[in-house]
Ligand binder design. Structure first.
Ligand SMILES: *[C@@H]1O[C@H](CO)[C@@H](O)[C@H](O)[C@H]1NC(C)=O
Ligand SMILES: *[C@@H]1O[C@H](CO)[C@@H](O)[C@H](O)[C@H]1NC(C)=O
Ligand SMILES: *[C@@H]1O[C@H](CO)[C@@H](O)[C@H](O)[C@H]1NC(C)=O
Ligand SMILES: CC(=O)N[C@H]1CO[C@H](CO)[C@@H](O)[C@@H]1O
Ligand SMILES: [Zn+2]
Ligand SMILES: [Zn+2]
Ligand SMILES: [Zn+2]
Ligand SMILES: [Zn+2]
Length: 798
C-alpha cells in the first residue's frame, strides 16, 4: 500500500537487472540530482510506461455512468428493505460517478436525503436536499422533496421554517395545476397531516430536549515553546552527532501532560482494506466500502453524506468547502492521475502532494540550496556549515538543520525538506524503483498539460506550441525536474519519517449497545515536529489523532533532562526483540533502548515470549526451547516442534474467525458454543495468560452483550482485562479501552455503583492517553451523569 503494486515493482526490477553494470554502479553512488537525471532517460515509453498504463486500467478512479446507475438501483433495493445505512453508502457511491450539475447527481442526493431522514440525521438531510436543488433537481419531482424538507424542519423544532417550506410546496402544487394522480393524492394527504402536526406543536411547545450530561469542559493548560512550533515549553530541541536532533524535557513532566500538538504538513488517505457491506450480493460493481468511502480525503473526518469530487469517482469530501480547498491546493493536479497514484502507492502520492502544497518557489529554493550544500560538502573550508557538525551553542538552535533564520523550528516545508532521506543507506534497487515511479508521475503531469498547475502558474503560460510539447514529452522541463528531485527525496524520507494517522474504528456488528473499536491506519503523513522524536520500544508518551492533528502526551512521569521517546511501531509488549530489531532495520538504526538492551545482553526473556508461551499438550507444564520445544516437567519430557504448535494456534485463530462470522449473521447462540469450544481447546496448549485467551474472553463478552446478558458479558470482559493488564500494564491505553467497554456493559446492566467506579478508572487512564477533551472521556462523563440522575428519576416515577 505504501509502496507501488507488486507488478510494477517486478517490472522495475527487471529493468534494473538488465542495465549495464557500469550504469548500475553510477546510479548506486549518484546524488539525488544525478539519480533523477539518469532516471529520466531510463523510463521507456514503449516498455515501462506502457506497462504502467496497463496496470492503471485495473484501478477504477474515473466516473462511469453505468456504475452510477447500478449503485443507485442497489441503493433503492436496500432502501426498500429498510437498510438505510447501507442504502446511504450506495447512494454516495452513485453520486461519485455522476457529473456535477447533472439531474442524475441531484436525484442521487435527493434519494440519499430520504435515507438520512430515516436515520434521523435531519440536519444532514437538509444539506442533501439543498444540494439536490442546487444541482438542478427535476421540477416535477420537487414537491416530494420539499415535503421532506418540511418534515425535517418539524423534527428539528424549527416550526416557522417548516411552515414556510409547506407553503412553498402548496404554491408549487397550485402552480402546476390540478392534480389527480394517486401519487399526488398521497402528497396532498401528507401535506395536510404535516400542517396539523405543526399546529399541534405550536399550541403546546415542548421544552428543548436537554442532552444527558451537558458538561463544561475545562480547557487544558498549555504553554507553547517560542522556538518549536506546537511543542510544549517544557521541552527543548537538542542536537548531537550520535543522536541527531531530539527533544528533551527541561522540567519534570507528569503523566497526561500535553507535550506536542501538531497539524500534519501533508497527509494522504490510505485506501485500506475493503469491508463488505451487509446483505449486498456479489455483483459486477464492487459494493464494498473502504476507508476511501468512509473518511474525508482532505480532513479525515468520518463521512456521512459525502461530497464527490467534480472530476473523479475516487476523492470524496465531508463538505463542499473541503472539496474546494483540496481542489485549489492539490487535487486539480492529482485528479486525472488517480489511477496512477493508486498504482504507485501512498508514499509517491504523499511526495507529490507535499511539493504541490509547498509550491514551486519554495521547493526550488530548497532544492537549489541543497545543491550548494553538496558542493560545500566537498570543500573542506565550508565544512563547518554542514549539518552533521554540532551547531554553535551561542546561536542556540539556529544552526540545527530545518530551523529558519530566526532559529525557530516550525512545522514548515523547510522542516520537511530537512528530514533525513538517508539516500546513501537505501538499496540501489529501491532508489531505482522510487526514481522511475517519480519520473512516471512527472511525465504524466507534463503529458496531461498540468505543468502550469504544478508550477502555480496561470494556464495561459502553458505550452501553446504543439511542437514544443512534442519535444518535451521525452524530457522533463527543468522546473519539473526540480519538483521531481524533491519528490524523490520525500519518497526516500518517508521510509523513516512517515507517520501513520490512526483512528479507533468500530468493528464487528455494531448493534449500538457496546461499541467495539480497534485502531486502523487511516492516512500517511509528514509531521516534521513529531519526527524529531527518536524511537524506544518502551516509550513514555502516547500519540492520539483528531482529524489530521496529532497530540502527544506523557504516559509516564518524565524527569527533567530525559529524552522524549516515541514508539515507531514495534513495542516491547507486542514483539520479541529479534522481531523488533528486524522491523526497525528499515529506519537504519539499531535500537538500544532499555528493553532491547535487557533482552539482548542479559538473559531476560522478553515479556512477549514469557506470556505468549505454549503448554505441554500432555501434562500442561510450560514448554521451553526454540525450534524444538521440550516439556519443563522432567517426568514427562515430551518434545514438540514449534512449527506444529504454531499450526495448531493458526487453526484455532481460524475457528475464532468463523465464530465471529456467526455473530455477524446474528447467530449468537452458535457463536457462543463455538467460542467455548475454542477456549477448551486453547486451554490444552496455550498458557492461561496468552493474549489469545484474553481475546476469546473479549469475544464472548461481545456476544453476550448483543444478547443483552450483561452479567455474563461483564464476567468475561473482566477476565479479558486481567490478561490485557499482564501484557500491556495497568495504566496502558489498551486497558483504558477495555475499561471503557466494561463501563458500557455495566451501564446497560444497571450495575450502578460498579459502573461508576469503572468509569472513574477508565477516565483516569484515557485522559492521560487521549486527553480530557477526547470523545471517549465525553462519553464516559455522559454515562456518569445519566447514572447519577437515575435514582431520582426512578423515585419520581414510583
Ligand atoms: C429515488 O429517486 C427516484 C427518482 O426520483 C424515485 O423514483 C425513487 O423512489 C427514489 N428512491 C427513494 C428511496 O427515495
Ligand atoms: C524552547 O526551546 C528552546 C530551544 O530548544 C529552549 O532553549 C527553550 O528553553 C524552550 N522553552 C521556551 C519557553 O521557549
Ligand atoms: C518509560 O517509563 C518506564 C516506566 O516508568 C521506564 O521503565 C522506561 O525506562 C521509560 N522509558 C524511557 C524511554 O525513558
Ligand atoms: C531516526 C533516528 O534519529 N534514530 C536515532 C535514534 O537514536 C539512536 C541513538 O540513540 C541513533 O543511532 C539513531 O540514528
Ligand atoms: Zn473534510
Ligand atoms: Zn478528483
Ligand atoms: Zn528497543
Ligand atoms: Zn509435559
Amino acid at each position: 500500500m505504501a509502496l507501488p503494486v507488486e507488478e510494477w515493482q517486478l517490472c522495475v526490477a527487471r529493468r534494473w537487472a538488465a542495465l549495464e553494470p557500469v550504469l548500475r554502479e553510477r546510479l548506486a553512488a549518484a546524488s539525488l540530482q544525478d539519480t533523477l537525471r539518469l532516471g529520466c532517460g531510463l523510463l521507456r515509453p514503449e516498455a515501462e510506461v506502457a506497462a504502467l498504463r496497463q496496470l492503471c486500467r485495473l484501478v477504477p478512479a474515473s466516473k462511469e455512468p453505468a456504475a452510477a446507475r447500478f449503485y443507485r438501483e442497489e441503493g433503492n433495493r436496500l432502501f426498500g428493505r429498510r437498510q438505510y445505512g447501507a442504502a446511504l453508502r450506495l447512494y454516495s457511491q452513485a453520486a461519485s460517478h455522476e457529473l456535477p450539475g447533472s439531474p442524475e447527481v441531484s436525484v442521487c442526493f435527493a434519494n440519499r436525503s430520504a435515507a438520512l431522514f430515516h436515520l434521523g440525521r435531519f440536519e444532514v438531510c437538509l444539506e442533501d436536499i439543498a444540494r439536490a436543488e442546487s444541482h438542478g433537481y427535476p421540477d416535477r419531482l420537487l414537491p416530494k422533496v420539499l415535503l421532506r424538507k418540511a418534515e425535517c424542519l418539524l423534527c428539528l423544532g424549527r416550526l416557522q421554517d417548516a411552515a414556510n417550506a409547506l407553503s412553498a410546496v402548496e404554491n408549487k402544487i397550485a402552480m402546476d395545476g390540478i392534480m389527480t394522480s394517486p401519487a399526488h393524492q398521497t402528497l396532498l394527504k401528507k401535506l395536510s397531516q404535516l400542517k396539523t402536526k405543526i399546529r399541534e406543536k405550536e399550541s403546546c411547545p415542548q421544552p428543548a430536549q436537554e442532552a444527558c450530561g451537558d458538561i463544561q469542559r475545562k480547557s487544558e493548560i498549555w504553554e507553547e515553546n517560542d522556538s518549536i512550533s506546537g511543542a510544549s515549553s517544557s521541552l527543548r530541541l537538542n542536537f548531537d552527532i550520535e543522536r541527531g536532533r531530539h527533544l528533551v524535557a527541561i522540567q519534570d513532566i507528569h503523566p497526561g501532560q500535553n507535550l506536542l500538538k501538531e497539524e500534519a504538513f501533508v497527509s494522504v488517505l490510505c485506501p485500506g482494506e475493503s469491508v463488505l457491506l451487509q446483505d449486498s450480493d456479489e455483483t459486477a460493481w464492487d459494493t464494498r466500502v473502504t476507508n476511501a468511502d468512509l473518511y474525508c480525503h482532505r480532513c479525515l473526518v468520518q463521512l456521512l453524506a459525502s461530497v464527490p469530487c467534480r472530476g473523479c469517482s475516487y476523492a470524496k469530501y465531508c463538505s463542499q468547502n473541503c472539496a474546494d480547498v483540496a481542489w485549489e491546493q492539490y487535487h486539480r493536479t492529482e485528479c486525472s492521475l488517480g489511477a496512477l497514484l493508486l498504482t504507485l502507492g501512498v508514499f509517491c502520492h504523499v511526495a507529490l502532494r507535499t511539493v504541490l502544497l509547498a509550491g514551486f518557489a519554495e521547493v526550488s529554493r530548497l532544492v537549489e540550496g541543497s545543491h550548494d550544500n553538496d558542493k560545500d560538502f566537498h570543500n573542506p573550508e565550508a565544512r563547518c556549515e554542514h549539518p552533521s557538525e554540532a551547531p554553535d551553542t551561542r546561536t542556540g538552535i539556529r544552526g540545527i538543520p530545518g530551523c529558519n533564520d530566526n532559529g525557530q523550528y516550525q512545522s514548515s516545508y523547510q522542516a520537511v525538506f530537512n528530514l533525513l532521506p538517508h539516500a546513501e543507506k537505501h538499496s540501489p534497487e529501491h532508489k531505482f524503483l522510487c526514481v522511475l515511479s517519480v519520473v512516471a508521475i512527472c511525465k504524466q503531469l507534463q503529458e496531461a498539460g498540468l505543468e502550469a498547475a504544478v508550477l502555480n502558474r496561470e494556464s495561459s503560460e502553458k505550452c501553446s506550441k504543439p511542437e514544443i510539447c512534442e519535444k518535451t514529452s521525452c524530457e522533463l522541463s527543468p522546473e519539473l525536474k526540480i519538483m521531481a528531485e524533491a519528490m524523490l527525496r520525500h519518497v526516500l524520507q518517508l521510509q523513516c519519517n512517515a507517520q501513520a494517522i490512526t483512528v479507533m474504528q468500530e468493528s464487528g456488528s455494531g448493534d449500538g449497545a457496546v461499541v467495539n473499536k480497534k485502531p486502523v491506519r487511516l492516512a500517511t503523513a509528514f509531521f516534521p515536529v513529531l519526527s524529531l522524536l527518536n524511537h524506544s520500544c518502551c516509550p513514555n508518551i502516547s500519540v492520539s489523532f483528531s482529524g489530521t492533528a496529532a497530540t502527544v502526551r506523557a504516559s509516564q512521569p518524565i524527569p527533567s533532562g530525559q529524552e522524549i521517546f516515541h514508539c515507531y511501531g514495534p513495542h516491547r509488549c507486542r514483539m520479541r526483540v529479534a522481531e523488533r530489531q528486524q522491523l526497525l532495520s528499515q529506519y537504519f538504526f539499531k535500537c538500544r533502548c532499555q528493553a532491547c538492551l535487557d533482552e539482548l545482553e542479559s538473559d531476560v526473556k522478553s515479556v512477549v515470549s514469557m506470556r505468549n508461551s505454549f503448554l505441554c499438550p500432555s501434562c500442561h507444564a510450560s514448554m521451553q526451547g526454540e525450534d524444538m520445544l521440550c516439556c519443563s516437567n522432567e517426568a514427562c519430557a515430551i518434545s514438540v516442534s514449534r512449527e506444529s504448535l504454531s499450526r495448531r494456534l493458526q487453526d484455532l485463530q481460524q475457528q475464532i474467525k468463523k465464530a465471529l462470522e456467526l455473530l455477524k449473521d446474528r447467530r449468537a447462540d452458535q457463536a457462543i458454543k463455538m467460542l467455548l469450544k475454542c477456549q477448551m481447546d486453547a486451554g490444552n496448549f496455550l498458557s492461561p495468560k496468552h493474549l489469545l485467551m484474553g481475546e476469546m474472553e473479549d469475544h464472548l463478552a461481545q456476544v453476550y452483550a448483543t444478547l443483552g446478558k450483561w452479567q455474563e458479558a461483564a464476567r468475561h470482559l473482566k477476565r479479558s482485562i486481567e490478561i490485557v493488564e499482564v501484557h500491556h500494564g495497568p495504566s496502558s491505553v489498551e486497558i483504558g479501552h477495555e475499561l471503557f467497554k466494561l463501563a458500557q456493559i455495566l451501564f446497560n446492566g444497571f450495575a450502578v455503583s460498579e459502573a461508576l467506579s469503572t468509569i472513574q478508572r477508565a477516565e483516569k487512564i484515557l485522559s492521560v492517553h487521549c486527553g480530557p477533551q477526547s470523545t471517549q472521556i465525553q462519553e464516559l462523563q455522559e454515562m456518569k451523569t445519566c447514572l447519577l440522575e437515575l435514582p431520582r428519576s426512578i423515585l419520581q416515577r414510583t
